[in-house]
Design a protein around this ligand. Structure first.
Ligand code: DC
Length: 337
């Protein structure tokens, strides 16, 4: 008995999509493996719990795959697992010994790290646009790494603040470079940002660090060092990176590029709630003014400013919730996979 595996995803839970996804998957498995009908002994489909509209076994029968027993089952619901996914195990008795080829289509490709190529998702945009929330969800759903590049600049800023260095002073910033030991690590899938051996992941989120991060990130010496680290990570594994210059400078060849934006008042409100939830007292008007100032500084700096890469898809999240933003992004990704 030789088992051939396959999987695919659909975008909408409807009969037409299920039927065509099942047909495409089976057609590719059969043609790639040069399978004869009499070699196939059974087909077992499994579906994620969000698929209800049509029975895949019925879909298989309708498109001519009715020569072996067919069965379908529902999979357990896994947090962060792929959505709208149809998987298949094909039981075969092959007439002559041959290597079988498993088939992973559309969104299901990314779950098989061994067969899918390394790809990067660049999410750029101003502060508070919702990039990091979206980036974390995408990373979880696609089972890839999330690299928060802003955290790296924040760690640089924290170091400078601790040393009493003016983050606007290029020469003073240059002088601390040899002592600047920023690292990122991953624990249980979450990024930890380190200064030396110290985990500063929480500390760098304080509001006082935000403007200093914007200041320090304008200096080429800092950017060159951080960008090099970001490229190293992105080269080795599939990841979603959020920042200001990912699609334009860090990874101009990223397969997927999005520019996430929102009205500055909406962004200030989001940040306000986030800081309150963390117990930080802030004045809303002051916070809004800071966000506008940071936008201006990040966009107008000379070296690698915040820009929308010309091939990026722009998403204005002002009136969208996280689920809607995710659906929009995934829609684009699925259509390109
Ligand atoms: O995304 P954030 O708020 O954590 O970023 C903090 C600052 O770092 C931001 O004001 C600009 C800078 N930054 C950058 O210049 N390039 C990046 N790729 C990420 C952040």
């Amino acid at each position: 008995m030789t088992i051939i595996r396959g999987a695919t995803t659909i975008e909408k839970d409807c009969k037409e999509e299920i039927s065509s996804a099942v047909k495409n998957l089976l057609d590719e498995i059969f043609s790639l493996n040069k399978l004869a009908k009499n070699e196939v002994k059974g087909l077992l489909f499994s579906l994620t719990t969000d698929i209800h509209a049509y029975h895949p076994a019925k879909a298989a029968r309708e498109c001519g795959y009715d020569f072996a027993p067919l069965f379908a089952a529902i999979e357990p619901e896994i947090i962060g697992g792929l959505q709208l996914c149809i998987r298949l195990m094909l039981f075969t008795e092959l007439e002559n010994d041959r290597n079988v080829k498993h088939v992973y289509q559309k969104g299901a490709k990314v779950l098989r790290k061994d067969i899918s190529e390394i790809f990067n998702i660049a999410l750029d945009g101003p502060a508070g646009s919702g990039k990091s929330t979206v980036a974390k969800s995408l990373a979880k759903d696609y089972n890839i790494l999330y690299l928060d590049t802003g955290a790296m600049y924040r760690a640089c800023a924290l170091k400078a603040l601790r040393l009493g260095v003016d983050t606007k002073d290029g020469e003073a910033v240059k002088a601390i470079l040899p002592e600047l030991d920023v690292k990122v690590e991953y624990k249980d899938g979450a990024q930890r940002t380190l200064l030396g051996e110290e985990d500063v992941s929480q500390k760098i989120r304080e509001n006082a660090v935000s403007m200093a991060a914007s200041n320090i990130s304008a200096h080429p010496v800092i950017r060159v060092k951080m960008v090099e680290m970001q490229r190293e990570i992105a080269k080795k594994m599939s990841c979603v990176l959020d920042g200001r210059d990912i699609g334009s400078t860090v990874l101009p060849d990223a397969k997927f590029k999005f520019f996430i934006t929102a009205d500055s008042k909406v962004r200030a409100e989001r940040r306000y709630k986030e800081l309150l939830a963390r117990g930080e007292e802030v004045d809303f008007e002051k916070l809004h003014a800071e966000i506008v100032a940071r936008d201006k500084q990040d966009s107008e700096r000379e070296f690698s400013p915040l820009v929308c890469a010309k091939d990026a898809i722009v998403i204005d999240t002002s009136t969208m919730d996280v689920a809607e933003v995710l659906a929009a992004i995934k829609g684009h990704i699925q259509s390109k996979i």
